[in-house]
Write a new protein. Structure first.
Length: 94
């Protein structure tokens, strides 16, 4: 088994259960009531508050080190992106 194959199985499992970067990019969370909405929604259907333009993935990425080249969230001490090989500068946090 290759690393790519194992990674693809992991991502399929995460997607099946509603986890992972691709699923997080489809969701916004209301800061007022915590309800989940689609990424294209602008108003919370539960409480009527305006939703942020940021998806759940954008919020997550903003709290972590990530690769500016391919958007992969990384470990804090990463020097290179394991996804694309891009050299990581010290502060690549939004």
């Amino acid at each position: 088994m290759t690393i790519e194959y194992l990674e693809s199985i992991k991502l399929l499992g995460m997607k099946h259960y509603g986890f992972g970067p691709e699923e997080m990019k489809k969701i916004k969370v209301c800061k007022s009531c915590g309800a989940k909405s689609g990424a294209t929604e602008t108003v919370c259907s539960t409480c009527g508050e305006l939703l942020s333009n940021k998806t759940l993935y954008d919020e997550y990425k903003g709290r972590h080190v990530y690769c500016k080249n391919c958007d992969t969230v990384l470990a804090k001490d990463s020097r290179f992106c394991p996804q694309c090989g891009h050299r990581i500068e010290k502060l690549e946090v939004e």
